[in-house]
Ligand binder design. Structure first.
Ligand SMILES: N=c1c2ncn([C@@H]3O[C@H](COP(=O)(O)OP(=O)(O)OP(=O)(O)O)[C@@H](O)[C@H]3O)c2ncn1[C@@H]1O[C@H](COP(=O)(O)O)[C@@H](O)[C@H]1O
Length: 116
């Protein structure tokens, strides 16, 4: 089973919680609370992942990254997106050097600035 399947399956579970009982489902509770709560959780989990990295604790890094991915999936669903959308973007970037992409983006920004 691929990791894409896991993300897609989790996405489907998350979607199934939409409009569910906030007392019975954590995801339903997040949806019920709305944008600010969902985004706040993503921010918190990102910070906790950074802290785990600073501690150099591999088990904690995995645990906190799982929390971060999970809450990111909730945020994507909240905005009508799915892991497939993000995977598609990562696939588009495959083989594209990050440094070349950065240089191309900066050149484009310079052209845009000069043109305006
Ligand atoms: N993968 C997860 C998952 N990861 C983390 N969490 C919850 O996310 C919350 C994270 O909270 P924090 O770590 O920030 O801790 P906290 O409880 O807020 O407390 P503090 O640390 O802030 O004091 C916890 O309540 C976790 O249980 C998750 N809750 C659900 N899922 C998946 O979502 C599915 C649906 O869940 P329900 O909607 O609850 O049925 C589950 O079957 C799982 O597959």
């Amino acid at each position: 089973m691929s990791s894409n399947d896991t993300l897609q399956r989790l996405h489907e579970v998350i979607e199934s919680r939409r409009g569910g009982d906030p007392d019975k489902s954590y995801v339903a509770r997040l949806f019920h609370k709305g944008t600010d709560t969902i985004l706040k959780k993503v921010g918190e989990e990102a910070v906790e992942t950074v802290m785990a990295g600073k501690d150099g604790d591999r088990t904690k890094i995995i645990y906190e990254t799982a929390d971060l991915w999970f809450h990111s999936l909730v945020a994507l669903a909240h905005f009508g997106l799915s892991p497939a959308d993000v995977l598609q973007e990562l696939e588009r970037r495959e083989g594209l050097s990050g440094l070349e992409e950065f240089a191309a983006r900066k050149a484009q920004q310079r052209e845009h600035k000069e043109g305006s």
